[in-house]
Design a protein around this ligand. Structure first.
Ligand code: AMP
Ligand code: MG
Length: 299
C-alpha cells in the first residue's frame, strides 16, 4: 500500500469522524449531501472499486492471521441505505469471512436476558468481519424514542438522579473498550440521511412495484418522530464516540458516496490492524519440505 493512497483514504474519512468528547447537535456540522469533492457517481466508481479490491485482499490476511476481528456497526434511520451499503461494500469479499446480522424487535427469549446479550452472541469470531445492521445502539435510540420498549425489558428500578441513558452510554463504552482490548476492532457508521431524501425514497418505494416490499406503513409513523431521533442520535454521537471506537457520520443522500465512504472506513480499520500471513517455523518448514519431496517423487 503506497502512502499517497492511504493519504487519499484518510482525507476522505477524517472529516467524517466525531471527535471524542465533542458535542453534536444534528443537523449542524454534518451535511447529508457532502461528497468530498466527487461530483458524480462515475467520478467515485474507480475509488470504490479500488477500496473493494483492497478489502478483499486485507480480509484474506485477517482470516489467515486469525487474531483480530472487525465489527462494523451500521446505524441509520429507515431508508438511509443500510441494506444497500452492506450489499455493495461486501460485494468483493469471500462470503465465508463475513457475517451480517440484522437486529429487529427483540424476541421473548432476548427480553429474558440483559440488553447486550443478543449483541454479544452475534459478535464475529477472530479472523472474521461482522456487520451489525442495526446494533446495540438501538437500545439508546428506538428504545429511548419509544420508552414502552424499556418497560418490556423489566429492569430493576435505578437510583434516582441517574438517567438510564447516561448509564447505558457508559456501559456501551465500557463494553466496546473490552471488545477492542480483546482484538475486536469496531467501526461505527451513522448513515446520515436528510428528511427530504427519506421522503423521496419512501415515495419511490410506494410508487415502484418492485420496491413495495421495502416499505412498511410503520416507516411513516416512525418518520413523525424525526426530531426525537435526531436528538437521540445527537446524544449517542456526543456520548459514545471514544478514542477506542469513534463514530463516523457518513453522508447518506447520495448512495454512491455512502458506499465509497463506508468501504473506505472498513479498509482503514483493516490497514490499522495490518494483518500478516502467519510465518511457519523451522519444524513446520521441515514437514513441508518432506511433503514436497514425497509429492514430487510420485510425479
Ligand atoms: P428493519 O431494519 O426495517 O428490518 O426494522 C427493524 C425494526 O426493529 C425497526 O423498526 C427497529 O426500530 C426495530 N428494533 C431494532 N432493535 C430494536 C430494539 N432493541 N428494541 C425495539 N425495537 C428494535
Ligand atoms: Mg424498515
Amino acid at each position: 500500500m503506497t502512502d499517497p493512497k492511504r493519504a487519499a483514504l484518510r482525507k476522505l474519512i477524517d472529516p467524517l469522524r466525531v471527535e471524542p468528547g465533542s458535542t453534536v447537535i444534528l443537523p449542524h456540522g454534518f451535511d447529508p449531501r457532502h461528497t468530498a469533492g466527487y461530483v458524480a457517481k462515475a467520478d467515485a466508481d474507480e475509488a470504490l472499486r479500488s477500496s473493494i479490491a483492497l478489502l478483499a485482499e486485507y480480509q484474506d490476511r485477517l482470516s489467515a492471521q486469525d487474531t483480530y476481528a472487525v465489527l462494523v456497526v451500521l446505524q441509520g434511520l429507515d431508508a438511509s441505505g443500510k441494506d444497500g451499503t452492506v450489499k455493495h461494500v461486501m460485494s468483493g469479499v469471500n462470503p465465508a469471512g463475513v457475517h451480517v446480522r440484522s437486529f429487529k424487535v427483540p424476541s421473548v427469549e432476548e427480553l429474558n436476558h440483559d440488553y447486550l446479550w443478543r449483541y454479544a452472541r452475534a459478535l464475529p469470531e477472530r479472523g472474521a468481519i461482522g456487520i451489525f445492521n442495526r446494533s446495540h445502539y438501538e437500545e439508546v435510540l428506538v428504545v429511548r424514542v419509544h420508552p414502552e420498549n424499556l418497560e418490556r425489558q423489566r429492569l430493576p428500578s435505578i437510583q434516582s438522579g441517574k438517567s438510564v441513558w447516561q448509564r447505558r452510554f457508559r456501559e456501551i463504552n465500557e463494553w466496546e473498550r473490552y471488545l477492542v482490548d480483546n482484538g475486536i476492532h469496531i467501526v461505527k457508521v451513522f448513515l446520515n440521511v436528510s428528511k427530504e431524501e427519506q421522503r423521496r425514497r419512501f415515495l419511490e418505494r410506494i410508487k415502484e412495484m418492485r420496491k413495495n416490499w421495502k416499505f412498511s406503513a410503520a416507516d411513516v409513523l416512525e418518520r413523525r418522530h424525526w426530531d426525537e431521533y435526531q436528538q437521540a442520535y445527537s446524544d449517542v454521537l456526543s456520548n459514545t464516540s471514544t478514542k477506542w471506537a469513534p463514530w463516523y457520520v457518513v453522508p447518506a443522500d447520495d448512495k454512491w458516496f455512502t458506499r465509497l465512504a463506508t468501504a473506505s472506513l472498513v479498509v482503514d480499520a483493516l490497514m490499522r490492524i495490518d494483518p500478516q500471513y502467519p510465518e511457519v517455523g523451522p519444524a513446520e518448514r521441515d514437514l513441508l519440505a518432506k511433503a514436497k519431496a514425497e509429492l514430487e517423487a510420485e510425479g
